[in-house]
Design a protein around this ligand. Sequence first.
Ligand code: UD1
Length: 385
Amino acid sequence: MTDNSKVRPVVLCVVGARPNFMKIAPIMRALGGQGRVDARLVHTGQHYDYAMNEAFFRQLDIPAPDVSLEVGSGTHAQQTAQVMQRFEPVLDDGRADCVLVVGDVNSTIACALVAAKKGVRVVHVEAGLRSRDRTMPEEINRILTDQLSDRLYVTEREGVDNLLAEGIARDKVVFAGNVMIDTLQHNLGRAVPAVETITQACAATNRSAAAFLETPDGYAALTLHRPSNVDDPAVLADLLGTLGQLATRTPIVFPMHPRTEARIREAGLGDFLARGDVLPMPPLGYLEMLGLVREARLVLTDSGGLQEETTALGIPCLTLRDNTERPVTVSEGTNHVVGTDPGTIHEVFNLILSNGGKAGRRPELWDGHAAERIAADLAGWLEAR
Ligand code: UD1
């Protein structure tokens, strides 16, 4: 038997933080299934808690990483620098034909920068998204990663225009669709029913599950973690005040990112978590979150991925930010960018409860097959070199 791995191009796929895992799962599956490249996985360890990390590997059947860098948390500079220092020697054997990065987290830019300077080609999945808000660390990561990339896979058409406007050559850019939706579609049948997740969290916090499950308008699912919303105690207090008012109408189920829970407690805002109409819980696995969102009356969030998932599921979404890098979720999907102004949040919330909000439709190429298109294009591109 011949060993094909010696001749197949080597693709080093990088993951680091929670939103990367849903993106890499279908890519690893498609690259493996096609068999034209040798795909290897590097985990930077930016996220490390079981609930933020290992739970996703298990549920999404992501293969164990070939390389673990175990960088952990730190300031942006510390974390980015740690990833760079630890990733550089991984490329020293010269075997990698390209480094594939996904999304916009610190691990994405760190590995892209190391690869580009080592002369290894960079492939970016989820390229071209722009919020035009440079106070967001992710926006900086997006712009720089795209500038360093040799092949750029885009999730929505506007992303192509954004890249061209920044001087990126058209022949590097491929509109491939959205790998997040591949994962959603692949796992919808395995989603954990919301009743199980809610009942368990109520038991853990001595609350009545009926208060969340037997209500006229169902429940709202909430996630919050953007520094702009949670790091400033005054901003956080105002936002939780508004959300508390909404909860009196529709109870809120709240899986909490660890930084968010820490910020709420540091700011002395723990009362929000003690309310009978708010159900706090630790971060959920992918299948639990999918079930919770699918059955929610609406979603309140500052996450990027949830804006896409709610659009794909047809669930109304209120994005608690002043902008979005995913405009197709507003123009075609169910997303409303409401910022943090209480008046706007109340207005859109009431509208959705009264008439269900806009219907929305699935954007072009959000069809569950984006990773297969990426795998086919990537193999052809590498073989041609
Ligand atoms: C990162 C990404 C963000 C993404 C988010 C999803 C960047 C710049 N940001 O933000 O785009 O939406 O992940 O979760 O990369 N922590 C834990 N356990 C963990 C990981 C983090 O407790 O497993 C806590 C630590 O206190 C840490 C803090 O969360 O300092 C922030 O983690 P970090 O990786 O710096 O950024 P995120 O806020 O998670």
